[in-house]
Design a protein around this ligand. Structure first.
Ligand SMILES: [Zn+2]
Length: 191
């Protein structure tokens, strides 16, 4: 699958919207990402996971398992795990702290790839990495469907993404789309 085909999947599933948006921060943007939209289509999710799994395999080889943070990371980790032929587990928050529950475990020495749907600051991924390392696992790489960190995030291990997109936003008074007279839409409300 090519980069263009990956982008096409995000656009066709409305996970990536192009237009003129008013973000919760109050800033305006020409793009809006809602990764859950693509995850509602198992076929698309599978194709993207296959793309991601191939890049992971090329970069660091095949891990022993993949781990993703709930909620968004669960489905990505599951599909990437299927592609790599390894087991897939997830972390979740308990009293605010990222943890493994349900008797999920990382065994000492196991090689792990951490999977996420969208990486922005990378906070959740870093918490999962910490959980894995405390259990004695080795984090080989991080894989995410979308990287919108604008190249800022550094996990200290190889980071693969299916789609890396720069998110440009403006203060409303500086927004070029407002200057063109295009109405701004609040994402989520399709008006
Ligand atoms: Zn605007």
């Amino acid at each position: 699958m090519t980069k263009e085909q990956v982008l096409d999947i995000f656009l066709r599933s409305d996970a990536l919207l192009e237009g003129h948006f008013r973000l919760t921060s109050g800033r305006h943007s020409n793009r809006y990402v809602q990764c859950a939209q693509v995850l509602q289509y198992p076929a698309y999710t599978g194709q993207l996971a296959a793309f991601l799994a191939e890049r992971v395999r090329e970069a660091v080889g095949t891990p022993d398992l993949v781990v993703g943070p709930a909620m968004g990371g669960i489905l990505v980790a599951y599909e990437v795990g299927r592609e790599l032929g390894v087991r897939s587990i997830f972390t979740e928050r308990e009293n605010g702290a990222m943890t493994l529950r349900r008797s999920f475990a990382v065994k000492p020495g196991e090689k792990v790839v951490v999977c996420e749907d969208v990486v922005t600051t990378g906070g959740s991924v870093k918490e999962v990495m910490e959980v894995v390392r405390k259990a004695g696992g080795e984090v080989l790489a991080v894989a995410s469907l979308i990287d919108r960190s604008n190249g800022v995030v550094d996990f200290g291990v190889p980071f693969q993404s299916a789609l890396s997109m720069e998110v440009i936003s403006w203060e409303p008074e500086e927004c070029p789309l407002c200057k063109e007279g295009i109405p701004a839409i609040k994402p989520g409300s399709r008006t």
